[in-house]
Unconditional design. Structure first.
Length: 219
């Protein structure tokens, strides 16, 4: 797993992800980005920033219709607006908006807690753990599964938890490594390992990829 990471890092460089000025902004982005592109998430974040700012208090006080209008560029925007508000109330109940206090828990306990929060699934929880709390929790998304299946590796069971465990059992528990690895996978999935017609000849993983080898035999 480290070899793949090193190949990606050498090709793309340090991805410097997640692009947020505060942990609150990062968490709001993590909730909004589910099932939508980052470009559309950015549009929503810009409007939320201008209209309300990135505080949980502002989210709690925001009228739901106005918040929904701000996040319209994300899919299921009414549900996303409701999730933002619900999470802001949950944060108040958990730690009175004190993220240092919330994030002081160890990884297992904090993940268990986040998965109980309204509207937070495993991918969002791991985004928050890794990028806002700086804890080594590997994030799995559709890019990860697509690329690793094509390369020819992955767990036997196709569940989120099985994929996460597959990475975490093979990598040291290093938040910076997980941060960069996930971002590099997304960059590869976005730029080269596309759903249709992956650009294998430009890919840093082509020498160890089953899909690329099979493709070259057919060409
Ligand atoms: S070589 Fe092709 S199929 Fe394999 S990971 Fe790279 S782009 Fe995807």
């Amino acid at each position: 797993m480290l070899t793949l990471y090193q190949k990606l890092l050498a090709h793309f460089g340090d991805p410097q992800w997640w692009p947020a000025a505060s942990r609150e902004e990062m968490i709001i982005g993590a909730i909004l980005v589910q099932n939508v592109s980052w470009k559309n998430t950015e549009k929503a974040l810009q409007l939320v920033r201008e209209k309300f700012g990135f505080t949980f208090l502002a989210l709690r006080e925001a009228p739901i219709e106005e918040l929904a209008a701000c996040v319209r560029s994300t899919r299921f925007y009414q549900s996303k607006a409701a999730r933002l508000k619900a999470f802001a109330f949950w944060i108040e109940a958990q730690c009175k908006d004190n993220l240092d206090q919330l994030f002081a828990r160890d990884l297992t306990e904090l993940r268990r807690l986040l998965l109980l929060a309204p509207g937070i699934g495993p991918e969002t929880a791991d985004d928050i753990l890794l990028y806002a709390a700086n804890q080594p929790s590997f994030v799995i998304d559709t890019y990860t599964k697509r690329i690793m299946r094509r390369v020819g590796i992955g767990p036997e069971r196709d569940s989120y938890e099985a994929w996460r465990a597959y990475f975490m059992e093979r990598l040291p528990p290093d938040a910076l490594l997980y941060n960069r690895y996930h971002a590099l996978i997304d960059r590869l999935g976005n730029q080269l390992c596309r759903v249709k017609d992956p650009l294998c000849s430009d890919c840093p993983l082509k020498d160890c990829c089953v899909h690329a080898r099979a493709k070259s035999l057919l060409d």
